[in-house]
Write a protein that binds this ligand. Structure first.
Ligand code: SF4
Ligand code: SF4
Length: 171
């Protein structure tokens, strides 16, 4: 097979040394550095966590929440659709019959291991009851132990949507 020889860029000493290209790059860096020192408004980053981001869209996939019906019962019917769809296999559900006479199931336990979760949103898409959502707007999750990263049913029910939605949905 024929070998294609690509000629090296630059023939003169000035071009071969790349010195002027380096100087031009440094000049641009220095210009932006001095500009940003005097006017921070044009820097497209924020000093997190001192400054919290204010432009999170309402489609942002944050920490999960479990929703409730108007009668305050848990909307989840423990169908395992979310756990089946979850690529990380980090949703753990234990089902039980509802104790209020309704012929339906409910989760006895429902937990998500956030250290395994990749926040893909498949669980939300898979749920036939709109029982699990990710519109809490909570994106910063801090804990000291691995166990604390496993959020249980009570914790998931305590979260509310921050995007103007209630944690109780119309039937
Ligand atoms: S967001 Fe994705 S990875 Fe996380 S629990 Fe839902 S389906 Fe699993
Ligand atoms: S959250 Fe939705 S998909 Fe998951 S078990 Fe409950 S009802 Fe089924």
């Amino acid at each position: 097979m024929a070998v294609k020889v690509v000629p090296r860029y630059g023939n003169t000493l000035k071009e071969k040394s790349y010195i002027w290209a380096v100087v031009a790059g440094m000049k641009l860096t220095l210009k932006n550095f001095t500009t940003n020192l005097s006017d921070t408004s044009c820097i497209p980053t924020c000093e997190y966590p001192e400054t919290q981001p204010s432009d999170i869209t309402d489609r942002y996939r944050g920490l999960h929440l479990l929703t409730k019906r108007d009668d305050d019962t848990v909307r989840c019917v423990a169908c395992f659709m979310c756990a089946t769809a979850c690529p990380s296999e980090c949703i753990f559900i234990e089902a039980q019959e509802r104790t209020d006479g309704v012929d339906e199931k409910e989760p006895k336990t429902f937990s998500i291991d956030l250290l395994e979760c990749i926040f893909c949103g498949y669980c939300v898409e898979a749920c036939p009851c709109d029982a699990i959502r990710m519109d809490t707007g909570i994106f910063s999750i801090i804990a000291a132990t691995r166990e604390e990263f496993i959020v249980d049913k009570e914790k998931l029910l305590s979260h509310t949507g921050i995007f103007g939605k209630e944690n109780s949905l119309a039937q």
